[in-house]
Design a protein around this ligand. Structure first.
Ligand code: SAH
Length: 455
């Protein structure tokens, strides 16, 4: 190991920064965040650096001199003058003061790592000065994987430190209690700023059969890159994943490899699992202490029966979280280039189910057929003829544009555009694959590639 990472408490300590440009600015920003007292020495200083330092340190407009190192605990050379940078480095080395010369690892005794700041948790990545680009890349991976709430969890545990020490003087026992807590729903309560509920778990580690929990997670419309960071974080920590047929294989691949995965959707040729059975399964698995992730296409609360599932969980007092997903309407519209609202053509958007009963779709048509409104039909392909008839019968112009999006956001996405009078003929003989989403309104007829983003 060429470098030992240490987290340096710089609060009210003097740090010298030589240089007054953008490079110096970035270092001063970090030092100010760490509450250091920054001494800037430069012949010229940019306006924004001057603004940043006002009230937080000292500005010396001069050439660098050795005396500027007096009383400093760290020196940073960030000038464009190589000779000055070398001088700062050699003076600091001679005085045993840690020194960093930006982009010159050979002149440094300390290196600034790339950091992920979830204070009080700080994660740092260094490559020994080999390549800061790689360090920043790794930092971005950490950024996505570590929930923002980890800072709340750390703050919560910090607030309990004294109590825990008194209650469990034996450090092994204490460690065990905290480990048990971290694998209980209490951890998620702390992350979600619900300390009272978290306390219940921290205070009772002796209860061995810890209750599990349920995450109701939206998987988005298909493209795995449309998963939220939170969805991926939970998919990486769940024990069991119950997924629908709308959840694509590519999405499932983002889950923890050894999580137990079970298909509970409807698929032709397979027996589908009834909603009551799914509810019962969620309750049973959570009671066994499992972290159960219920993965649903799109958003769990938009035609996703998420409401029924949480009712069952509430009735059984099972802790749960709901993580929103990008709904098919948002995903398909974006990938098909159809703005759902538009300043000139559509001031409202309606999401409705177009699921037919005995071939007929019954909806409040008078209400739907109104000018300047986009209507998005979920589950509407089977009832398309009925939908178009009803719209026309209730006064919509037969030339009203319509778009049918099949397998939206996936590599197999197809978008068929037409009008509500002729779309059914257009689709006849075409084998459109499900799922399909139907968008009706002026916005579906906007020329492709000429979308105004000012909506
Ligand atoms: N909760 C889901 C909707 C479930 S209802 C969501 O928020 O998106 C199922 C209907 O969603 C399908 O019949 C279809 O109309 C629509 N749908 C879901 N994914 C889709 C996709 N990738 N492309 C087109 N339509 C989709």
């Amino acid at each position: 190991m060429d470098y030992l990472p240490l987290h340096f408490n710089l609060k009210d300590q003097t740090v010298l920064v030589v240089g007054g440009g953008d490079v110096a600015y970035r270092k001063v920003e970090l030092l100010v965040a760490a509450q250091a007292n920054v001494r800037i020495v430069a012949k010229e200083v940019s306006d924004r650096l001057q603004e940043l330092i006002t009230g937080r340190g000292q500005l010396i407009i001069a050439s660098y001199e050795q005396e500027h190192l007096s009383d400093v605990v760290l020196a940073v050379a960030a000038t464009s003058d190589d000779a000055v940078n070398r001088q700062v480095s050699s003076d600091a080395h001679a005085a045993s003061i840690p020194v960093n010369v930006v982009d010159k690892p050979e002149l440094c005794s300390v290196i600034f790592p790339a950091i992920v700041d979830r204070s009080p948790v700080i994660m740092s990545v260094g490559t020994g000065g080999a390549t800061p680009v790689l360090a920043r890349y790794l930092k971005s991976l950490l950024d996505q994987a570590i929930p923002e709430g980890i800072s709340r969890l750390a703050t919560y545990l910090k607030s309990k430190r004294g109590d825990l020490k008194t209650k469990y003087p034996d450090s092994n026992r204490r460690r065990h209690v905290i480990e048990t807590f971290l694998s209980s729903p209490g951890k998620e309560f702390a992350i979600n700023s619900r300390p009272d509920e978290a306390d219940a778990y921290l205070d009772h580690p002796e209860i061995e059969v810890v209750q599990g929990e349920v995450y109701l997670v939206g998987a988005g419309p298909g493209d795995p890159d449309l998963l939220t960071l939170r969805a991926v974080q939970l998919m990486q920590s769940a024990d069991v994943i119950l997924y629908d047929n709308l959840v694509s294989d590519l999405v499932l691949q983002r889950a923890r490899r050894d999580a137990y995965k079970e298909f509970v959707g409807k698929r032709s040729g397979y027996k589908s699992t009834a909603q009551e059975d799914i509810n019962a399964m969620l309750v049973r698995l959570a009671k066994e202490g499992k972290r159960v992730l219920r993965l649903k296409g799109g958003d769990p609360f938009i035609f996703g029966r998420g409401g029924e599932e949480i009712e069952a969980l509430i009735a059984e007092k099972i802790p749960f979280q709901v993580i929103p997903g990008i709904s098919a309407a948002n995903g398909c519209a974006a990938y098909a280039g159809i703005p759902l609202t538009h300043r000139d053509y559509s001031q409202s958007v309606r999401f409705v189910t177009g699921h037919p009963k005995d071939g007929v779709v019954s909806l409040a048509w008078e209400d739907l057929v109104s000018p300047n409104q986009t209507i998005v039909f979920y589950m509407g392909l089977g009832g398309l003829a009925s939908i178009c008839d009803q719209l026309i019968n209730h006064g919509m112009l037969p030339a009203m544009p319509i778009a049918v999006v099949s397998k939206g956001t996936t590599p197999d996405q197809k978008v068929i555009r037409g009008n509500i009078e002729t779309i059914c003929d257009q689709l006849a003989g075409m084998k459109l694959e499900t799922p399909t989403l139907i968008i009706v309104g002026e916005v579906a007829g906007l020329p492709e590639g000429e979308i105004s983003t000012e909506n």
